[in-house]
Design a protein. Structure first.
Length: 434
């Protein structure tokens, strides 16, 4: 009888248990994989390239001062952004506070360091950061770009550009300039510079040179001090004519009394006033008109007044224009250009035109006055009407100026006729009279 083969009941139980265990393990593995895939779907894959993470702080919380550390090019983070915001608040940084230390941030750090007396290396180290977040941090103050040579380290009439804008803005902050910030160094800017120089003990030449700019942008620059308008001077008072020359200059605020606008005051049929607004002292202008009436009666007409009263500021503009012309056209140094200018143009404060008693007589559309019939008549007859030919050829060593056939000065007939008869210039006459 064959033995019956098969699996015992115990074996069947063991097989069922093993299959159940395998099924449980598989189910768990499947569940783990599904959880992994779910998390992977919501978690970005890390990148090997650093990313800038923007963090928005709660505005209700107080702003914290970063613990000093070191930041330089390519640094990123919240502390860099805080540094940018602080630099922007002080006026050094104009870019976006994005937490990235780029070229703009470095330039701002360097500017802060320079203005606050630190080494301008563009690295925000402990010393720089400590000062930056302190109450002693100075706000940004623009300064002109320094020039390589003293000859060009200046701004003057005719200058234009960003440095002039900075100059105007600084003068405006101090109350000296009230015009438009346009970067054009015109009369208003020049006058503002002149007043600033006067009130800070500088040479009042209206040129923003090295000393003036250094003082203007320093902490010692003061707000404008408003002073009363100067009292007009009675230039014809006294027994003797007023003397104004290189040895006897006038004050910067000198203004003669009783000035009249010659463009409106004078008879146009007698004389043409070359520049509108030209002024002269009334008594001298009246004497001039009487003289020209006599000239007309003699058949000599077609007169022109090219210059009369000039303020010290006007004279300074003319003087500087001549200096610049010598430098530009003749290649002279500034010192040599000044020497050349002084032969024909008086220094500011030393010109007879400041008195309102001097007139430059010319003929319209004629370059050379000395060869005209008007010049001949003037030199023969002006003395009878109280005028003198102020700068004559044989008196150059005394007056200090080359001869000027067109320049006449009113002194009054009681003085002019004596000076004519004795061949005296004003300096000689006054020396004898005293």
């Amino acid at each position: 009888m064959k033995k019956k083969s098969g699996i015992s009941p115990l074996g069947i139980v063991m097989i069922i248990a093993l299959v159940g265990a395998i099924a449980l393990v598989g189910a768990a593995a499947l569940a783990n994989r599904q959880e992994y895939l779910r998390e992977a779907a919501i978690t970005p894959t890390p990148s090997i390239t650093p990313r800038t993470v923007r963090i928005t702080e709660d505005p209700a919380l107080p702003t914290s001062t970063p613990t000093p550390r070191l930041f330089q090019m390519n640094a990123v983070g919240v502390e860099v952004r805080q540094m940018q915001e602080r630099l922007a608040a002080l006026g050094y940084y104009g870019g976006e506070a994005d937490g990235q230390f780029g070229a703009g941030t470095r330039a701002a750090v360097e500017a802060f360091q320079r203005q606050n007396g630190l080494e301008a290396d563009g690295i925000a180290g402990e010393t720089t950061l400590t000062l930056l977040y302190s109450a002693g941090a100075q706000a940004f103050m623009p300064t002109p770009t320094p020039s390589a040579t003293p000859e060009t380290a200046m701004l003057s009439s005719g200058s234009q550009g960003e440095q002039v804008k900075q100059l105007q803005q600084r003068l405006q902050e101090l109350g000296f300039y009230t015009g438009k910030i346009d970067g054009d160094y015109g009369k208003g800017t020049r006058n503002a510079v002149t007043v600033f120089q006067q009130q800070h003990g500088l040479e009042a030449d209206g040129i923003a040179g090295e000393k003036t700019l250094k003082t203007l942008y320093s902490g010692s620059a003061r707000q404008i001090t408003v002073t009363p308008a100067p009292e007009a001077v009675q230039v014809l008072s006294g027994n003797l004519p007023l003397l104004v020359n290189k040895e006897h200059p006038i004050a910067d605020d000198f203004v003669p009394a009783d000035l009249v606008n010659m463009s409106e005051y004078c008879d146009a049929s007698l004389v043409k006033i070359k520049y509108s607004g030209t002024r002269g002292v009334r008594e001298a202008v009246d004497a001039l008109l009487d003289m020209l009436k006599a000239a007309k009666a003699d058949g000599v007409i077609n007169w022109q007044v090219s210059a009369a009263y000039r303020s010290v500021a006007d004279q300074r503009r003319i003087f500087d224009s001549n200096v610049k012309s010598y430098m530009d056209k003749n290649g002279l140094s500034r010192a040599n250009a000044i020497s050349a200018t002084r032969k024909t143009v008086a220094d500011p404060g030393t010109s007879e035109h400041h008195t309102g008693l001097a007139f430059d007589m010319t003929v319209p559309n004629t370059e050379s006055f000395i060869s005209t019939k008007q010049c001949k008549w003037l030199h023969e007859h002006c003395w009878d009407y109280g005028f003198v030919v102020r700068y004559q050829k044989d008196k150059e060593d005394i007056t200090g100026f080359l001869a000027e056939a067109w320049h006449i000065r009113y002194v009054g007939a009681e003085h002019s006729t004596v000076m004519r008869d004795r061949n005296l210039c004003l300096e000689e006459y006054l020396q004898l009279a005293r």
